[in-house]
Write a protein that binds this ligand. Sequence first.
Ligand code: ZN
Length: 201
Amino acid sequence: MNVEQAYKDANALLEGHFLLASGNHSNRYLQSAKVLENPKKASLLTDALASMIKDAGIEVDTVCAPALGGVLAGYELARSLNVRSIFVEKKEGGMELRRGFEVAQGEKIIICEDIITTGGSALKAAQAIEALGGEVVAFASLANRGFCKRIGGNDTAKAECALPDNVPLFALDDFTFEMFTPDACPMCKEGSTAIKPGSKG
Ligand code: ZN
């Protein structure tokens, strides 16, 4: 499937002048929630992701997502893999399992995000699962922003990638955008102002 086209069709791949969470500017931005807006299209994306995971021979008991961003993708991936779906939530300095969710000793768990940028939230989710005795067998994401190396991708892992290199990352596609520091941004030089497109307005 053409993942980039799926993002464009859902208006999830924005073009303009954006201020990223890192403070850098970019002319493209992934609004990942938009690609999950239509449940039927969302399940096509996670079916494709599940196929990659099955083809690699990864055994999975449960999908765990870091809330809030990963929850929809994680739930749909769990449906595609026909396994259990849980999520962890932010606490001071990390993530934790709440709401009566449990993890068994040795339970094989995939950490699923909608998008992996540097993988910081996914790593905190993995640490929460491992602290409870679960085994993190893979990371999965619809989109990989090109900081971490995905199975089958061309990019190499950058220094910013927080994910461990001994656990595979499955993602549908790499979205590696050009980024600029504000003083080197060509769009700023042309006089436009970067907007903040993210979840926090
Ligand atoms: Zn700029």
